[in-house]
Design a protein around this ligand. Sequence first.
Ligand code: ARG
Length: 268
Amino acid sequence: MKKHLVKIISVALIVSSSIGLFGCKSSTGNKVDEIKKAGVILVGTSGDYPPYEFHGDVNGKDEIVGFDIEIAKQIAKDLGVKLVIKDMKFDALLASLNTNKVDFVMAGMTPTPERATSVDFSKIYYTAVQTIVIRAKDKDLIKNLADLKDKVIAVQKGSIQEGIAKEQLPNSKVIALPKISDEILELKNNKVDALIVEAPVAAAYISNNKDLIIAEVKLQGDDSGSAVGIKKGNTALVDAVNKTLDKLITEKQIDKLVTDATDKVIAK
Ligand code: ARG
């Protein structure tokens, strides 16, 4: 009787562990097939980066809009699925890929070698230069890197600007804030003296804050591209995303989407 029970239990164990194995297999299988089956794709973003992604009024409703979102919609459309947007802090984005909270990330994210150790990237779909934003009244005070000595510089937490500031402005005080919109407020309120953001973002915020300007200061090697972040090993999804990007790039759609999004910011 006892022997019998042992046998039943061990058979049950073998059966359940092989079910487990199969279960496992399907979840590490083709991510694109899974997404198509689910009918939705989740994009993670940080909606504080106009014209890339920002809060906009869509028929009286607060929604995340911007050219990254338009590109994400196109990616979803080409896969035949619905796009769902998850807005979060920029420094939470990479982890959200690895914990499967989102399927891809679009947040004006620069594909650095360091980030590429934890996630994969698509090709670069857009490139911008780094700029320094200051108060308009400081125009003649801050003209070059040396003028930023002992000044307080705000950067976004987890962004490449954080590294740029620490490297190129060792004599300044660098503070990292979770959101760009907070940096803008701190600058307007004289709590910080300058902030580093990509040019289109600087232009977008300045268009709505006439007390701010882009400084004449030039940073070194200041080009940075944006790419789509995807969890490591999802080659099929990287390929699908690159296919959509290729199409948009060849059709010269990206610049158009950037212009449209910028117009929306200015109209705000
Ligand atoms: N390109 C910079 C980086 O990758 C900044 C991106 C910030 N994006 C955002 N949505 N706030 O670090």
